[in-house]
Write a protein that binds this ligand. Sequence first.
Ligand code: SF4
Length: 466
Amino acid sequence: MTIDIKATLPEYAYPPYNADAMATTRASLHTLGCRLNQAETSILGEGLRRKGFELVEFGQPTDLLVLNTCAVTDDAERTSRYVIRKTLKHSPHAFVAVTGCYAQTGMESLKQQAGIDLIVGHQYKLDLPAYLPSPHELRKRSVAEVQHTKTIARGNFDLPHFAESDSTRALLKVQDGCSAMCSFCIIPFARGHERSRTFDDIQREVEVLAARGYREVVLTGVNVGQYAYQGRDFCSLLRWLDQAADFERIRISSIEPTTVGEELLDLIASSKKLCPYLHIPLQSGDDQILQAMNRRHTIKSYIKLIERALVNIPDLGLGTDLLVGFPGESETAFQNTLAVATDLPFSYLHVFPYSPRPGTAAMRLKQRIPSASMKKRADLLLALDRAKRLAFHNRQIGSTVSVLFESGRQNAYRFGTTPNFTRVSITDSGDFQNRILPVTITAATDRCAFGHIASAHPTPSSMGVI
Ligand code: SF4
């Protein structure tokens, strides 16, 4: 079934702008961290536009900076503080509003930092535009105003409005929060318990996104596999999207291993729209460390899951997260991680050095890993990541794949992605933005695969390789 969007485009899709305040005051937004944060920044950007701000590219002189922070590592917090200082250097009078995970968990230290005017915790994050003065009244405050609460509501949610994005991939937030309480992770403290977006609200946004011409939608959340709303679980949400929505591609951003079952694998294998791509965080290749991390899977169950996935979806693009230097990670435990990461056919690895997060259970663990060892281990995994990416790209040389092209170009190169999340580059000068075209892969590096537009158009393939 296809939704007839244009005939019934709801009024809320394009509300009128505030003409008085329009295009007088510049605002820039910046996101640190995950895809979910990116999705939320787009929603905030739309809220600012509706309020009458003129959006400018981050890094340009601005009157307002909205910074959507991350708290997953020390480094992410440091970067937040650096971005604020840097913005105030080129725009000393800019009003600075900070939200995101670090705003929730590090509110006290942000209050001490000069130059911040507004701090908005997670409970009120998407209402941030409402807490700002109107564009013509915007001026710096002497003390930061705080919209913050320690507890975050547990109920399911709607979004205040939908994002407008320049990207050819629409990020669709379907879930928030996490109740898994992995011992190293600050996300449950920053985003609260798991809860799901109401199905009606998702349905409304899907109609709007399809009407805007998106070809691909990416489902985002903290723990998307836990989606549950009035008897609808994640698989039934996917099944509805697969049948009812007008997108050519539906991608899952990242999903916990314990929430990937036969039903999901069968769905991906049988669908022409669901991308053959899974990012399934492993974190460690050692059972004792997994237990100390309070992860819900074992190495055996994870390997079994990947083997099952590959039987169902042979051309799967497979990514994972690995955390190195968790307290107590012995050399043997690390070698176990290296061995599992080497043996499994990952197409890429995201490697994170452990960073003690206040309030988490792992903070209390004594056997900290010296930073030099942590760096050495991270470097080994990063080298493996490059080798995995190269092997994954090389495997596709000679095949013709379908590529959704992004906007813009870098020098002579245009970029796009395949369903299994191979980044592809071509040097053609045509206008390919938001088009899905067949590309024959001729060469590869660890960064991307290179090719040229194939003469024949692709036959849709659930595996991305035609
Ligand atoms: S599953 Fe674990 S690592 Fe992932 S967000 Fe939840 S607590 Fe954090």
